[in-house]
Write a new protein. Structure first.
Length: 376
């Protein structure tokens, strides 16, 4: 009798496993159907060139899909390996490199930034004599301007290079008129300076640092801080948010690359999100709250840390937009969930609404509907 009972128990367990797998499969199909319906509707209604979505859950990819056209004129469809430029989501990568250097004891969060630059540089100080630290430059509390004074660019034209010599001149012309580390002031220039500081300190270029500490580590074969010729056939052509869409060019940010230059795909970003959701010391260092912006928003190392009252959970987030591309990457550590959205259409209200609609579907599916919403 015992062997039969054992066989019976195994059979029941197998049936339960199959049932759970089928339920999970059906739920994923429902999610994909909902996303398909929304995104196709948004693309058709607003004439968005393309939208790509990546979703991971509990260490596995759930969605890696693109809709629309990577190149409107050539009628080339976008897919999960289409390359987009990320804009400020790049700061998550820069923060991840910094966290890895802190983890290895090569950099301290309290290091004075000036020590990573030539002694001859006239580094800015506050009226009380404060000098910017790694913590302040990495959390947008350094009082550095959004862009350097000597960056020659006008909207909607892309950045086409910024040299190290220009950066040194830009640093020397920064004027700080208040206490450092007391207020939040978003600075692309500051993140460019942070990238250069890590280069100076390690003796490695930032593209090499990102390759060894992120892209190679997570097997992100279609990702890079700088544009590669091999990306040319995979690149989503950037378009300004106009009707009809006006073609533009990817940015080439030079020494400001740490602020927004990364190129990647949803397949690759799924791998990154799985890595960033792991329980590792590097993730703990990066996703710690280093500067409080307000009651619900803080900044870690290259990422916003947001308490969502609506979802009653903490999010790790960054968005990005440069002329012709927009992106959003959000981690839900409590749920083992990560979501990335990419488009080759410039940031604006229309694409923002489309992103919000995607997040609403994802949140309802994985986190459940908000009680206040179900009353309507």
């Amino acid at each position: 009798m015992k062997p039969a009972l054992k066989y019976f128990n195994i059979t029941i367990a197998s049936l339960l496993l199959i049932s759970c797998q089928n339920l999970k499969s059906n739920q994923e199909k429902d999610l994909i159907t909902s996303l398909d319906s929304l995104v196709i509707s948004e693309i058709n209604e607003k004439k968005i060139p393309s939208i790509a979505i990546g979703i991971v859950k509990d260490g596995s990819p759930v969605v890696a899909k693109a809709f629309g056209l990577a190149d409107v004129e050539a009628n080339i469809k976008a897919d999960a390996n289409t390359v987009y430029q990320l804009g400020s989501v790049t700061k998550m990568f820069t923060g991840h490199v910094l966290a890895s250097l802190i983890d290895e004891g090569k950099i301290s969060i309290s290091d004075t930034l000036a020590t990573y630059f030539p002694d001859s540089l006239n580094f800015p100080v506050s009226p009380t004599g404060q000098i910017v630290t790694i913590k302040e430059i990495a959390t947008h509390s350094s009082e550095f301007p959004r862009y350097p004074f000597n960056l020659e660019r006008e909207d909607p034209h892309p950045i086409k290079g910024y040299t190290y010599e220009q950066m040194l001149e830009g640093i020397s012309n920064v004027e700080i008129d208040t206490l450092i580390g007391t207020r939040y002031s978003y600075s692309n220039f500051g993140f460019g300076v942070l990238g250069a500081a890590m280069e100076n300190h390690t003796g490695q270029s930032l593209p090499a640092l990102m390759d060894s500490r992120i892209f190679s580590k997570y097997e992100m074969k279609n990702s890079s801080l700088v544009f590669k010729e091999e990306f040319a056939k995979k690149l989503a052509t950037p378009y300004l948010e106009t009707q009809p869409p006006l073609k533009t060019e990817p940015w080439e940010m030079g020494k400001l690359a740490a602020a927004g230059n990364v190129f990647s795909t949803v397949n690759d970003l799924n791998k990154l999100m799985i890595g960033m959701l792991n329980n590792s010391e590097i993730n703990t260092i990066q996703q710690k709250q280093y500067f409080s912006i307000n009651e619900t928003w803080s900044y870690g190392l290259g990422c916003f840390i947001v308490y969502s009252e609506k979802q009653n959970t903490q999010l790790i987030y960054h968005g990005g937009d440069i002329d012709g591309y927009a992106s959003s990457l959000t981690l839900y550590p409590e749920y083992g969930l990560g979501v990335v959205i990419l488009t080759n259409w410039g940031e604006g209200q229309s694409i923002g609404d489309a992103f919000d609609g995607i997040y609403s579907i994802v949140n309802d599916h994985f986190l459940g509907k908000n009680p206040d919403e179900t009353k309507n």
